[in-house]
Design a binder for this molecule. Structure first.
Ligand SMILES: [Fe+2]
Length: 235
């Protein structure tokens, strides 16, 4: 059910939010998708919505930003979904706190079984024209290589340290509990930011930009002024 800015349930199509680090027509298009939260009774619908957004965006690569599954029963569905996304674009993935609960090694295996690349502790290189785009996971050694350096993370609290590092773009999700938005102030969403200081949407610090996705789903599917989304980054 949806009514204006209120969304109850998971029926509405995912919004596609665009972030531009580059305005050139040859920019690399990276689709960041976080917080899919596959679980019984909703996995099929969420998988369809994710796939629709991927087909609509036609990205060069897809980055999965953690909290992929909420229960072990959905690991095969995760593999299938990654396989289907992989028919459109390569998939890089890392884990979030819910994946830790399921078992990070199990989630890693599900990702690689589906044909995705697990980057939680390492850096992948995407070759785009003459440029190298380096995408690191949250536990990777700080990376200074690549024409564009991206940190693909889950919890935006990583911004506390990552903004001092050499990343051009830091991606996060993990909106848990902050899906009711009364107002935005200085790039942050309130009242969530009263409790989680890194409850940003997008925030620039020198040459580094933090982009936080509102994510694909939540434990409790009720939102207000906080659309479910994927983020298409032009870098
Ligand atoms: Fe999370």
């Amino acid at each position: 059910m949806t009514a204006g800015l209120l969304e109850i349930g998971l029926n509405r199509a995912l919004c596609i939010r665009k972030e531009h680090l580059s305005s050139c027509p040859e920019a690399c298009r990276l689709l960041y998708i976080s917080d899919i939260h596959l679980r019984r009774s909703r996995s099929e619908r969420l998988g369809q919505q994710v796939l629709e957004s991927v087909h609509q965006c036609r990205p060069d690569s897809v980055l999965l930003g953690g909290d992929l599954v909420d229960s072990r029963s959905e690991l095969n569905r995760l593999s299938d979904l990654i396989g289907e996304i992989g028919n459109v674009a390569p998939v890089l993935a890392m884990g979030g706190n819910h994946d830790d609960h399921v078992g990070i090694e199990r989630v890693k295996d599900a990702v690689t079984n589906g044909g995705g690349q697990w980057i939680h502790s390492n850096t992948a290189k995407i070759f785009h024209g003459s440029r190298v785009i380096a995408v690191s996971g949250p536990d990777a050694r700080v990376n200074a290589d690549g024409d564009v350096r991206i940190l693909c993370a889950h919890n935006p609290a990583i911004w506390k340290t990552a903004r001092q590092q050499s990343y051009h773009l830091v991606l996060a999700g993990h909106l848990h509990g902050c899906q009711m938005v009364a107002f935005e102030y200085r790039d942050r969403l309130f009242p969530g930011a009263f409790f989680y200081p890194y409850c940003y949407l997008s925030h620039q610090n020198g040459g580094s930009r933090l982009v936080v996705s509102r994510g694909v789903s939540d434990l409790v599917p009720i939102r207000w002024r906080c659309p479910r989304e994927v983020v298409l980054c032009h870098v």
